[in-house]
Design a protein around this ligand. Structure first.
Ligand code: HDD
Length: 711
């Protein structure tokens, strides 16, 4: 058994549970799957040295057969993901609202496994696609597994699960030629969207910088649907879940995202892994918006509509707990790939609402695991196994692990003494919230779901000018890749319902005029004779805005520079003193410094010492860092005129990041065209010949957006 490496692991029940299945080959003989020691793993059994291989070679057959079956189907959506272990702790008992055991006692650390993902791309696609990010949390509670399967955006594209297969077919690579990979910028996606006005709010989020996060550690998470908290008295409160990153919410710009995809398509995966390995454990606060059952109809929108959020100004977010990710998985396939989330994995005290998107999800997740993981016994895979004991009369099936004793596998029974027993509510038995339903069966959508534009406008209004500019550019890019003119025109018509300037600017980029939006709009939904009912409400004038919806004005942004990656461009005869003073100042604040030089190995300092080079200029690129610094030293002059150095500085400048330099380093920076052009108008993000404090302070501002206009 693996020894716990930290105090937390020693007491973590899920860590202990996983150890039953971990295997370490150190100091062990190689064996077959049957335990037979292998004497030669390099040569197959042959009839003579140059003869044919023999069918009787069971060792060769076993090895190749296993290899032939190593792959399982990737997830239908969210195929590319990265995950980590950690724990969750509630700050104070939530008993007033919910009886969920893991939300009662602040001294209890509930183990979690969290998987982040992109949606559209395949398993091997890039981390930096413009896309929604999945944010799935499995809580291994003493009352069974609770899964909060959310995204990094608080709303969704569609209102009813019946449209999910259509949405995904539209966004995935087109079926005739399987292009493009991991991208929404193509005709089928925008064709569908342009016919689904209900997607407009989500489209604003997906076209915003939220869709290109700087790090998985720097994203908010949302449960999206309205759920219910149920307390001991069986009283219900509606609840919306929020994860607020302690690292702040940060994004890259689209030009960076595209370049990162080429330079390091594992950028997010690596960032998460390295942060945890280096002890910089990412943390999120869990927040809830609580709405008493009686207030259900007090909002301008329907709480059951997943294309709407509850503005934080109307219902503030109360922080109730903290989640820390502190351990990387031991094995990607066994844990990250085989983990199976499901919004229907509930504990007493949490329940669903009638959101029609959520209701459909409750079917889909178990169903998909049956083909992905291959058997109804997927709950026995170690990463999916509950730490609460499991007993029922489910039996057999492919790859069953559990050995059920006795002759009884039915209920009621007398032969097994009536076991396993059903639990009364007071004994922790789950009972669904006893909501009264008195209705006719209909295939219809509620009239209260038909305002598709107000919150899209609220989102757009809330953005800073810089962020609005990014949304406009993103739409120009995405629709620019669409080949069918009619789709672009339809989209611009829909955008005009959100904001006239937005539509005009996007249209200008596409070289088209803003059309009057086509009514009726809802071409995609509803029976023909029912069209009127499903017709979206005409857009109303929305003037409100909400800071919580921006990244740049978001209250979660902190000036911390911890885990920021700083490139030090160096060369032989660099000033060791300059490197050390800046490096120490940055590392004291938790930043990570990487030494980049024209060659790998070591560089010599002016003082006659050696510094290890982390990356050569051939491998490093500005887009993989948060800032660049060029130290002093007489040898630094060599960097002048090196194409990669000029590119490094230019891109850092273009992406509004911090550039620092001392003496000879400052001269190299000043020799770069972009910096020369900025001249006297250079902003405070260009920190030349100032002390380390000024550099650290500039880094705390993250980006100097005023530069973007000039660029
Ligand atoms: Fe889903 C996976 C999030 C709607 C059907 N979904 C999946 C994952 C996340 C979400 C984060 C990855 C889980 C993991 O890491 O393994 N999905 C959402 C959110 C939705 C949503 C936030 C709307 C609010 N999903 C949705 C609908 C359906 C599905 C409406 C089907 C009707 N989702 C699936 C799935 C997946 C999945 C096909 C693929 C792999 C899996 O479940 O385990 O069942």
């Amino acid at each position: 058994m693996k020894k716990p490496t930290s105090k937390t692991e020693g007491t973590d029940p899920k860590f202990q549970d996983l150890q039953k299945n971990t295997s370490d080959a150190t100091d062990q003989f190689m064996t077959t799957d049957q335990g037979l020691k292998i004497n030669d793993d390099n040569n197959s059994l042959k009839a003579g040295e140059r003869g044919p291989s023999l069918l009787e070679d069971f060792i060769l057959r076993e090895k190749i057969t296993h290899f032939d079956h190593e792959r399982i189907p990737e997830r239908i959506v969210h195929a590319r993901g990265s995950a980590a272990h950690g724990y969750f702790q509630v700050h104070e008992s939530m008993a007033q609202y919910t009886k969920a055991g893991f939300l009662q006692d602040p001294s209890i650390k509930t183990p979690v496994f969290v998987r982040f993902s992109t949606v559209a791309g395949s398993r091997g696609s890039t981390d930096l696609a413009r896309d929604v990010r999945g944010f799935s949390v499995k809580f291994y509670t003493a009352e069974g597994n609770y899964d909060l399967v959310g995204n990094n955006m608080p709303v969704f594209f569609i209102q009813d699960a019946a449209k999910f297969p259509d949405l995904i077919h539209a966004v995935k690579p087109e079926p005739h030629h399987e292009m493009p990979q991991a991208a929404s910028a193509h005709d089928t996606f925008w064709d569908f969207i342009s016919l689904m006005p209900e997607s407009m709010h989500m489209i604003m989020w997906v076209m915003s910088d939220r869709a290109i996060p700087r790090s998985l550690r720097m994203m908010e998470g949302f449960g999206v649907h309205t759920f219910r908290f149920i307390n001991k008295n069986n009283e219900s409160h509606f609840v919306k879940f929020h994860w607020k990153p302690k690292q702040g919410t940060h994004s890259v710009v689209w030009d960076e995202a595209q370049k990162i995809s080429g330079k390091n398509c594992d950028f997010h995966r690596q960032d998460l892994w390295e942060a945890i390995e280096s002890g910089n454990f990412p943390e999120w606060e869990l927040g809830v918006q609580l709405i008493p059952e009686a207030d259900e109809h007090k909002f301008a929108f329907d709480l059951l509509d997943p294309t709407k959020l509850v503005p934080e100004e109307e219902v503030p977010v109360t922080i109730i707990g903290t989640m820390v990710l502190n351990r990387n998985p031991d094995n990607f396939f066994a844990e990250t790939e085989q983990v199976a989330f499901h919004p229907g994995h509930l504990v007493p005290g949490i329940d669903f609402t009638n959101d029609p998107l959520l209701q459909g999800r409750l079917f889909s997740y178990t169903d998909t695991q049956l083909s992905r993981l291959g058997s109804p016994n997927f709950h026995e895979i170690p990463i999916n196994r509950s730490v609460a004991p499991t007993h029922n009369n489910q039996r057999d099936g492919h790859m069953r692990q559990e050995i059920n004793t006795g002759r009884v596998s039915y209920h009621p029974n007398s032969l097994g003494g009536g076991c396993p027993f059903q639990a009364k509510m007071a004994e922790g038995g789950f009972t669904s919230f006893n909501e009264r339903i008195d209705a006719k069966k209909v295939r219809e959508r509620s009239e209260s779901f038909s305002d598709h534009f107000s919150q899209a406008t609220l989102f757009f209004n809330s953005q800073t000018e810089v962020e609005k500019g990014h949304i406009i550019k993103a739409l120009r890019f995405e629709l620019g890749k669409v080949e069918t003119e009619a789709i672009r025109v339809r989209m611009v018509g829909l955008l005009s319902q959100i904001d006239k300037t937005l539509a005009t600017k996007v249209a200008a980029g596409l070289g088209i005029a803003v059309p009057a939006p086509a009514f009726p709009m809802n071409h995609g939904v509803g029976a023909d004779d029912d069209f009127e009912k499903h017709e979206p409400k005409k857009a109303e004038q929305v003037t409100k805005s909400s800071d919580a919806l921006t990244i740049l004005r978001n209250p979660t942004v902190t000036p911390s520079i911890a885990t920021k990656q700083i490139a030090f461009l160096c060369a032989d005869e660099v000033s060791g003193a300059s490197v050390v003073s800046y490096k120490n100042a940055l590392e004291r604040k938790g930043a990570v410094v990487k030494i980049i030089a024209p060659h790998l190995g070591f560089i010599k300092t002016e003082e006659g010492k050696k510094i290890k080079v982390d990356q050569s200029l051939l491998i490093a690129a500005s887009v993989l860092f948060d800032a660049v610094f060029i130290p002093a030293g007489k040898g630094i002059k060599q960097l002048k005129g090196i194409k990669e150095v000029a590119e490094f500085i230019t891109d850092t400048y273009k992406h509004c990041k911090v550039i620092g330099g001392e003496d000879e380093g400052a001269l190299v920076i000043q020799s770069v065209q972009a910096i020369m052009e900025a001249g006297k108008n250079a902003d405070e993000g260009i920190v030349l010949n100032k002390d380390t404090t000024a550099f650290v302070k500039a880094l705390g501002k993250h980006r100097f957006w005023e530069r973007e206009e000039a660029v």
